[in-house]
Design a binder for this molecule. Structure first.
Ligand SMILES: [Fe+2]
Length: 255
């Protein structure tokens, strides 16, 4: 399987804290059927800056360590970019890494509790450059949880979304799990990713998520998620299903 989102590079963000931890995480990835992983350290999120040339160099170094340890995992450089006022300038400065070599798919994250009001306008400007935005973990964004139409509007406008496998299998709690299920059943996400960090009780759960989605939404849907990850990595078209709005349940009272 292909994992488009992980924090395996050591000591660059809130992911792996050491090379030893990175190697351990890489072994866990392989045990979870991952063969190719994008290294997506946080970039421009207010805490971490990981410039393109540094990520490329560190990913090459990490690949050498993996090869020396006979771990059959292929890694490629990328970034998880926080939406911010300097993003268009960073694109102009060629300091942004994409999911693919043709610079088509950009992994973009919002703050955990907000979707800034300028987001729609900025995403539109990014997409005008021929770039497709891939939204990171919408199922854990509290603003999107309370107003799911924000996600629907972005997907309808041509953005893609990733769901973290752990969210879908319940590791972040029932509420996130249920919202992840809704996102998928309404065709508002296109791939599963690990978003692996070196955290206690946080495992690779891509394989588990694939088993669950096959049960809930069928084999064809599961295969779509898997083939979309490959398409994004290769810079090819993804297969999208018609997005449907999530209608929040209304609570009726007798009075
Ligand atoms: Fe991440």
């Amino acid at each position: 399987m292909i994992d488009l989102h992980s924090h395996l590079l050591p000591n660059v963000d809130d992911g792996s804290k050491s090379l030893r931890a990175s190697i351990r995480m890489a072994k866990a990835a392989v045990d979870n059927d991952v063969t190719v992983a994008l290294m997506t350290p946080h970039h421009m999120n207010g805490h971490y800056v990981n410039h393109k040339p540094d990520v490329i160099r560190l990913t090459e170094e990490f690949q050498s360590h993996l090869d020396n340890n006979h771990i059959p995992l292929q890694v490629f450089p990328s970034q998880e970019v926080r939406i911010n006022g300097d993003l268009l300038q960073a694109l102009d400065n060629d300091d942004i890494l994409f999911a693919d070599e043709s610079n088509r798919y950009l992994l973009l994250e919002f703050p955990d509790d907000d979707v800034p009001t300028y987001s729609t306008d900025m995403i539109f400007q990014i997409m005008q450059r021929g770039i497709t935005v891939e939204i990171a973990h919408p199922e854990r964004n509290t603003k999107i949880m309370s107003t799911p139409s924000i996600l629907f509007d972005l997907i309808e406008a041509g953005a893609l979304a990733q769901v973290t496998a752990s969210s879908y299998v319940g590791t972040f709690g029932k509420k996130v799990e249920k919202f992840a299920e809704q996102i998928l059943s309404h065709n508002l996400a296109h791939v599963f990713v690990s978003d692996a960090h070196d955290l206690p009780n946080r495992r690779y759960e891509l394989a588990e998520a694939m088993v669950k989605v096959e049960k809930q939404l069928g084999k064809a849907y599961q295969q779509l998620l898997e083939s979309n990850a490959e398409a994004i990595l290769d810079g090819n078209d993804v297969t999208t299903l018609l997005p449907e709005p999530i209608v929040k349940r209304k609570f009726f009272s007798k009075f």
